[in-house]
Design a protein around this ligand. Structure first.
Ligand code: HEM
Length: 129
């Protein structure tokens, strides 16, 4: 992997931490920790996550990918969209703490699935031969 690609991946992972961190905290505290990003930070994080993710994807397409990569990428993308939508929705002013905790726990559960799928995508390209 070249240095620019590694840096892009680093920014991607950092933005994923920023956006999904509150969800994981809510999930592992049983809903006791409610940490909500301001909408402006969430939107900047989402933009950077999508730009770096698209860059990762395009560079993978350039080298060719094994069977199954597109299917797992599609599943990851849909779950990621769920996380991103929830991150914006939860930042709205109208929610009770109970509802915020519920939405954030959903973000945490999806984030675990998305990271596991991302690791599998990496394995498909780098380790399965
Ligand atoms: C909150 C949502 C997301 C999380 C938690 C997340 C997490 C990650 C992580 C941890 C990796 C590194 C995997 C590894 O190298 O072992 C990764 C790679 C990647 N991500 Fe994301 N990501 C998210 C959203 C997205 C989006 C929206 C896109 C597409 C626009 C995307 C496209 C990719 C691609 C193509 C890779 C490289 C996979 C490979 O090694 O072939 N991700 N992601």
């Amino acid at each position: 992997m070249s240095l620019p690609s590694s840096l892009t991946l680093g920014i991607h992972i950092l933005m994923a931490m920023l956006l999904a961190g509150g969800g994981l905290a809510a999930l592992f505290s049983g809903g006791a920790t409610i940490s909500v990003l301001p909408r402006r930070s969430a939107i900047i994080g989402i933009a950077l996550l999508i730009i770096t993710g698209a860059n990762n994807f395009i560079s993978r397409m350039g080298t060719g990918v094994p069977k199954g990569y597109h299917m797992w990428f599609g599943i990851k993308f849909l779950l990621a969209l769920h996380i991103l939508a929830m991150t914006v929705i939860v930042s709205g002013p109208q929610h009770t703490p109970e509802k915020r905790a519920r939405l954030l726990k959903g973000v945490g559960a999806s984030a675990i699935a998305v990271v596991l799928i991302s690791v599998y995508l990496n394995f498909l390209v780098t380790g399965a031969h």
